[in-house]
Design a protein around this ligand. Structure first.
Ligand SMILES: Nc1nc2c(c(=O)[nH]1)N[C@H]1C(S)=C(S)[C@@H](COP(=O)(O)O)O[C@H]1N2
Ligand SMILES: [Mo]
Length: 303
């Protein structure tokens, strides 16, 4: 008989109200070592459980973890829906087989099967996540530093940027089929130093399990100091280039979505302020922080 210890987000909402309860629990789990990272599969949820080492290296957030229900039922993923109800439209989306290609200005281009990526040493990190629409959540992502894949590919000296491409499959993604005015597939870009930053997480899981489809299964990128759209979901290609790549939302509305798009309370969106941010699960409104609170690790990229 296995004894299963609930993780922070598995504590019923009514019990998870105080910070000390949450952090006490996380610390407690850490002392359990490997057991703390192991999760048993719950039936009926699809995605498989993942083993990950709980990391506290980049802890910034002291509030509670956003509820799993909110984070997986209030999504931006225009390939499926421009409303937040993405979960209703992902049934046809095939995330196996899946490959991620690392290519372009590298000496060792390589295509990874998703199974290989799931076998990388995985960490769980609780990150603040901030959408340009002025909402936020606190999410326990699971993944590994993207720089591992970039370093393995051996970037050439002239590589200065990284371009990401999401999947293209209009038969499986009703938004790609219906919203023909967008330039599918979704594409994003970073400078190479941004992509190599230790915070940049190649992400394969969330809430102890593989990513659900609406969250960008099976492989996405998370950049906690940038607005959410800088992190592409369901990525198939990572390309190193010598030219700054164009980006999906920048091409749609250049004045509203810059290439850099770092979280900054003092730079308003042309149509709304960025000074405050509202939780997606009723945890309230709080002031926005420069670099979303991650300046200690990233401010040097912009000095
Ligand atoms: N391929 C793709 N990636 C994407 C998007 C998208 O529509 N398509 N939306 C972005 C935006 S605006 C945000 S806020 C986050 C949302 O991630 P979540 O739904 O897991 O919260 O994904 C980003 N990555
Ligand atoms: Mo967003």
């Amino acid at each position: 008989m296995l004894i299963r210890i609930p993780r922070g987000w598995e504590i019923p909402e009514r019990e998870a109200t105080s910070e000390s309860a949450y952090f006490g629990r996380r610390r407690f789990l850490r002392t359990l070592g490997a057991t703390g990272g192991a999760l048993l599969a719950r039936p009926g949820q699809g995605a498989a459980g993942l083993k990950a080492q709980l990391s506290h290296e980049y802890d910034v957030e002291t509030g509670r973890v956003t509820s799993q229900m909110a984070a997986t039922h209030y999504n931006n993923f225009y390939e499926f829906s421009e409303q937040k109800d993405v979960y209703k439209y992902v049934d046809e989306f095939q995330t196996r087989p899946w490959t991620v290609e690392v290519t372009g200005l590298v000496s060792k281009p390589r295509t990874y099967g998703i199974e290989e990526l799931l076998k990388m040493p995985l960490e769980e990190r609780l990150y603040r996540f901030r959408c340009v629409e002025a909402w936020y959540m606190n999410v326990p992502w699971i993944g590994f530093p993207l720089r591992r894949l970039l370093e393995a590919a051996e970037p050439q000296a002239k590589a200065e940027y990284v371009r990401f491409l999401s999947f293209l499959a209009p038969e499986q993604a009703p938004g790609q089929k219906r919203m023909k005015w967008y330039k599918w597939p979704y594409y994003e870009g970073l400078t190479l130093p941004e992509a190599m930053n230790p915070l940049t997480l190649a992400t394969v899981g969330v809430y102890g399990r593989e990513l659900p489809r609406q969250s960008g299964a099976p492989f996405r990128v998370i950049l906690p100091w940038k607005y959410g759209y800088k992190g592409p979901k369901s990525v198939v290609r990572i390309e190193l280039t010598d030219k700054r790549p164009s980006t999906f939302w920048h091409d749609v509305a250049p004045k509203e979505y810059s290439f850099e798009s770092n979280v900054n309370p003092k730079v308003p969106h042309p149509r709304w302020s960025q000074a405050q941010e509202k939780s997606i699960d009723g945890a309230g409104t709080r002031p926005t922080l420069l670099y979303n609170g991650y300046g200690k690790w990233v401010a040097g990229l912009y000095s």
